[in-house]
Design a protein around this ligand. Structure first.
Ligand code: SF4
Ligand code: SF4
Ligand code: SF4
Length: 288
């Protein structure tokens, strides 16, 4: 085994090394009293996303997500609803609300499909689309893949293409089956940790948020309004005063109507630029 300058080398992260002086000073028994039966001590998380208080926090292993997000993080920003949390950085799983009260340690995170990883903890609300989030993280890991082994090199790119297809409104149920098979192959056959964990955001969202995948596939709908190709602009006829401003602003000629009568948007022509919604003074145009 050769490491730095041809010598045996031990690599540890700073968090591990920072525990050593405390254990030497206060003893292993004291340290072992903190945490859960299987994961001892404390854990540092980089708490960020849609929480009121973000920053680096240190909590005993076994602290629940609810305590971290609502007691320490001060709850969800802007009065929004908690939707999910992602632990462990780009290779971590997306954790749904039913696990808010699960004590967080290495073992429980593995059970619910995530990892401790780099200690990242990103909080999401209902304005986040889980399919789009899975695509975002996979884009990162595909970029990071060194390309040495096929499961990670080819599997990651294929998964990303499927996610793009679904967020563009072209997905099928067969794509979901293919994605599940690719996730499985990447986990089992990739050479290193990157490829073995890269599919976690996809696997966890398929496991916990399948209804949102199905909405993208069957209803061509993104409930969070994040997938721009699936956004639909609509005019509420009860609010429309027929001022014609939106029709004059629309760069695609997608809006028709006569003065003082409700206007209509042709979805086939709409290029989702949002200019009509921004220009209407009567709040008659919305998207979803
Ligand atoms: S799993 Fe590791 S070795 Fe294989 S391509 Fe990905 S980064 Fe490279
Ligand atoms: S700008 Fe608003 S009120 Fe005017 S026509 Fe368009 S939707 Fe109707
Ligand atoms: S979103 Fe843009 S293209 Fe679509 S109807 Fe409104 S102004 Fe026209």
């Amino acid at each position: 085994m050769k490491g730095l300058w041809g010598r045996p080398t031990v690599i540890n992260n700073v968090e591990t090394l920072a525990n050593i002086p405390v254990i030497i000073n206060k003893g292993a028994e004291w340290f072992s009293k903190i945490g859960t039966a299987t994961s001892k001590g404390t854990k540092v998380f980089a708490l960020t996303g849609k929480v009121n208080n973000s920053g680096l926090i240190e909590v005993p292993m076994g602290t629940t997500l609810r305590e971290i997000i609502f007691d320490i993080g001060g709850g969800i920003r802007g009065g929004h609803q908690f939707k999910a949390a992602q632990t462990g950085g780009p290779s971590g799983g997306i954790i749904p609300p039913q696990f808010l009260d699960t004590p967080i340690d290495y073992e429980n995170l593995a059970k619910i499909g995530s990892i401790m990883g780099s200690g990242g903890l990103i909080v999401m609300d209902e304005t986040d689309c889980v399919v789009d989030i899975a695509k975002f993280y996979l884009d990162f890991t595909v970029d990071e893949s060194c390309g040495k082994c096929a499961p990670c090199r080819i599997g990651g790119r294929k998964l990303l293409n499927y996610l793009k297809k679904i967020t563009d409104g072209r997905g099928t149920e067969q794509d979901i089956k293919d994605m599940e098979a690719i996730c499985d192959a990447m986990c089992k056959a990739s050479l290193c940790g990157l490829g073995q964990t890269a599919s976690n955001p996809v696997k966890s969202t398929l496991r916990y948020f399948m209804d949102e995948y199905m909405e993208h596939i069957h209803d061509k709908k993104c409930r969070a309004g994040k997938c721009s190709k699936l956004i639909q602009y609509k005019i509420d006829p009860a609010k429309c005063k027929g001022c014609t401003l939106c029709a004059r602003k629309c760069p695609a000629g997608a809006i028709t109507g006569t003065v003082k009568n409700p206007h209509v948007i042709d979805p086939a022509k709409c290029i989702k630029c949002g200019q009509c919604e921004a220009s209407c003074k009567f709040g008659a145009i919305s998207h979803g």
